[in-house]
Write a protein that binds this ligand. Structure first.
Ligand code: NDP
Length: 458
């Protein structure tokens, strides 16, 4: 049977775009189908606009500290200006993505694609059917909303990027990346911010010292955190939304946002019809080479629910294209991936948490807590925390966790050394750059405490 394309990619987000470009560069005839905007969640309504908002919120911090350095600042914030400037930058990036696809000859089809079989895709708007030797599903994920009465009154991160005006107050449900990042954005921009989380502490899965430290910092910045509680119902009351909590309390807020996880975009795609096996959350189940249960259909990125991070999707897209179109099989190693939460202060980490490392082996733990130099002229008591976890007696570095300004930048570079198997002695060999925060990592003398046979000592 003749095919229209060697590769048809569904979804022009980070993973799909990388796969399409690389496959086309290797000579494949490629089309990419996108029903919304080119760039995907990260570029259009995720990492990029979020970080721009984070910068805006951080200005408040700078203004707050300014008097201790002798400055008098009369700062006023205008939300429409931020949104308009952000939209301009996102449009520029989208155009750059379109150009990057066009360069190696990828055809962009603005439509919705649904699978009709292992090598066939129907375009919903145009009604055309396209055939491709290989199909890549890179459709990402969408925000999950708890199924409660009045859930339609709440926004998700998608809408948060386009609010007409800032609310006077906001209630955010969730204790993960999006909840904490948006809580610090809204709070930094002057919105009275409350987090409600079903768990006992924010950021499940992160190192406990980072979780506690961030919690203290958020509370110190005026963010209210309600634990072991969920929203049971929402109703409108004038301009406000009243949230009914699981503990029986009712309270009004200017806006309510769910940041309660994301669900793979597989519904209505025709995957089952094509014979593709899906997992419990609707994710496409794939092997190490991103191949689904159907040999001509692959999937990368959030739709596979492996590690839902943009750089991982990009790596998976690249590996897929190398494997299938360059006869160079690459399986992405998902074992040691650095991650950052762009809250204020920032949290970044790579490797094992203390709780995980202590169950594996004898370990040494080095911890530094200090007031960042920028705060020392002010009354601000917020601490930066750095934790290095190594094998016993100066062995290999197993984990690095940082809370504070620049955490993500520091961990990104330390990830190179840790990926090479750096030991404590390798960190010690580096001469400190002074005065910096990161110098703490190369000047640790003796462990703060150790674990031997799982028992904490010292
Ligand atoms: P997360 O998984 O990080 O957090 C979801 C939060 O919602 C958790 O605290 C979870 O609680 C809670 N939750 C889940 N279901 C319910 C429910 N039914 N009722 C109440 N609470 C619930 O997801 P996010 O939505 O914050 O982000 C999605 C993903 O996107 C992240 O996991 C991350 O991979 C990626 N992302 C990465 C960013 C970055 O790299 N900086 C930024 C933003 C997103 P519990 O802990 O108890 O499960």
């Amino acid at each position: 049977m003749s095919h229209d394309y060697d590769l048809l990619v569904i979804g022009a987000g980070s993973g799909g775009v990388r796969a399409a470009r690389v496959a086309a560069t290797h000579g494949a005839k490629v089309a990419i189908v996108e029903e919304y905007r080119v760039g995907g969640t990260c570029v259009i309504r995720g990492c990029v606009p979020k970080k721009l908002f984070v910068y805006a919120a951080r200005m408040a911090d700078t203004f707050d500290l300014a008097p201790s350095f002798g400055w008098q600042v009369d700062a006023r914030f205008d939300w429409p200006t931020l949104v308009a400037n952000k939209d301009k930058e996102i449009a520029r990036l989208e155009a750059a993505y379109v150009a990057a696809l066009a360069k190696p000859g990828v055809e962009i089809i603005r439509d919705r694609a649904e699978l009709e079989g292992p090598d066939a895709v129907r375009l919903v708007k145009s009604g055309r059917t396209l055939r491709a030797k290989t199909i890549l599903v890179a459709t990402g994920a969408h925000p999950f909303s708890p199924d409660i009465p009045g859930k339609e009154l709440a926004i998700s991160s998608n809408e948060a990027f386009h609010l007409e005006a800032l609310p006077h107050s906001i209630l955010i449900e969730g204790g993960g990346y999006i909840a904490l990042e948006f809580a610090t954005i809204f709070a930094g921009l002057g919105v009275s911010t409350t987090i409600v989380h079903r768990g006992e502490r924010i950021l499940r899965g992160f190192d406990d010292d980072m979780r506690e430290g961030l919690e203290a910092a958020l509370i110190g910045r005026g963010i209210r955190i309600i634990y072991q509680t969920t929203i049971k119902a929402l109703r409108r009351a004038g301009k406000d939304i009243v949230a009914s909590f699981s503990d029986g309390v009712d309270a009004p807020f200017g806006a309510v946002m769910f940041a309660t996880g994301r669900v793979p975009n597989t519904a209505g795609l025709g995957l089952e019809k094509a014979g593709v096996t899906l997992g419990e959350r609707g994710e496409v189940l794939v092997d190490a080479y991103s191949r689904s249960s159907v040999s001509s259909i692959y999937a990368v990125g959030d739709v596979t629910n492996r590690v839902a991070l943009t750089p991982v999707a990009i790596r998976e897209g690249q590996a897929f294209a190398e494997t299938v179109f360059n006869n160079n099989p690459i399986a992405v190693d998902h074992s040691e991936i650095g991650t950052a939460v762009f809250a204020e202060p920032e949290v970044a980490a790579i490797g094992l948490t203390e709780a995980a490392a202590r169950t594996h082996d004898n370990i040494d733990v080095y911890v530094a807590r200090f007031r960042p130099m920028a705060n020392t002229l002010s009354l601000r008591s917020e601490r930066m925390i750095m934790k290095l976890i190594t094998e016993a007696d100066g062995g290999k570095v197993l984990g690095l966790h940082i809370l504070g300004h620049g955490a993500a930048e520091i961990v990104q570079m330390a990830a190179v050394a840790i990926g090479m198997g750096a030991k404590k002695a390798d960190f010690d060999r580096a001469i400190a750059m002074h005065p910096t925060a990161a110098e703490e990592l190369v000047t640790f003398k003796s462990p703060s405490y150790i674990y031997r046979n799982g028992v904490r000592q010292g």
